[in-house]
Design a binder for this molecule. Structure first.
Ligand code: ZN
Length: 303
């Protein structure tokens, strides 16, 4: 199997995970988790989002979390933004990296905001300009490129149109996010292969939810296609926004365990990560989905 020797993981539990949890985490709790993640070797962490506190109360303290943590050398602390207001808040509290998001579903976009996905991306122009003038890094995300509950399959050309809209704004770091959990491994392999060939300048991230148990298989397929950057969430924290009660983000412990066992470098200390994951699991209601938190590492069985 031809696979990369090194993978970068972005821990998204503090944002994607927590925003889907009924429990509101305090600034102190978030800062403590972030510091422990940094100690465990994470180099990229999605710390929160700058959305309306009314719409996403779980993320209302993101500004405070950034202020309390300050700048951490060698660690990228990324946040999700939706518009210029979000970028302004990011600048204000010292956040240096923001990410925009658009749905790949034309039907979803037209119903919600009466715009196609490419039109939505073109509206990001002022956010991008403001970020760049203030030396913030900015990336873009495309959710549901592998399928949406609105139209089912999304055509590759439609996803390419969104990629090109981002490129025309100067964004060359793009995430493909399977928020609906509809991706399947052979589709992931072919989309990643074709995207990497067509847009070699792009730094790709892949973000899988484990809604149908396929997240780890999808990660492996993307790795075979040469992808080296993946999002995952502590303890599998988070839900699926479209399927109530379904599993959320792929668990960081499961991904790091697989990579460790395969001899692929992540720079992450799995034992420490498991300890943080277990603590979080106790803090949230209803349990979370992480095989490693249930079963432990396979090498711990050999005594
Ligand atoms: Zn997600």
């Amino acid at each position: 199997m031809n696979l990369p020797s090194k993978i970068t993981i972005c821990e998204v539990g503090l944002r994607d995970g927590m925003q889907n949890e009924p429990r509101l985490f305090t600034t102190e709790e978030k800062v403590s988790i972030a510091n422990r993640l940094i100690d465990a070797g994470f180099k990229v962490i999605e710390l929160g989002s700058f959305m309306s506190p009314k719409a996403v109360p779980q993320m209302a303290n993101t500004d405070e979390v950034y202020r309390a943590l300050g700048k951490v050398d060698g660690v990228e602390l990324r946040a999700l933004v939706a518009n210029k207001k979000g970028v302004e808040r990011a600048i204000e509290c010292g956040c240096k990296k923001v990410k925009l998001n658009v749905s790949a579903s034309k039907a979803h976009n037209l119903a919600n905001i009466n715009m196609t996905p490419e039109e939505s991306v073109s509206k990001f122009k002022e956010s991008v300009e403001l970020a760049l003038v203030n030396s913030l890094e900015i990336s873009g995300s495309i959710s549901m490129p592998f399928g949406s509950p609105w139209e089912g399959e999304i055509k590759l050309e439609e996803v390419e149109d969104i990629v090109e809209a981002y490129l025309s704004l100067g964004i060359e770091e793009i995430s493909l996010s399977d928020a609906s959990g509809m991706a399947i491994p052979n589709q992931v392999y072919s989309m990643c292969t074709s995207m990497r060939e067509k847009y070699p300048q792009v730094k790709w991230w892949l973000h899988f939810h484990n809604t149908r148990g396929l997240a780890v298989a999808n990660i492996l397929s993307a790795m075979q296609a040469g992808i080296t950057n993946f999002d995952s969430s502590l303890a599998g924290l988070g839900g699926c926004p479209f399927v109530p009660g379904a599993a959320g983000n792929v668990s960081t412990e499961d991904v790091v365990h697989m990579l460790d066992e395969m001899g692929i470098e992540t720079g992450i200390d799995l034992e420490r990560t498991i300890a943080i994951g277990k603590e979080i699991q106790e803090m949230v209601e209803g349990g979370t989905d992480s095989y490693i938190l249930k079963a432990g590492r396979s090498k711990d069985l050999v005594r």
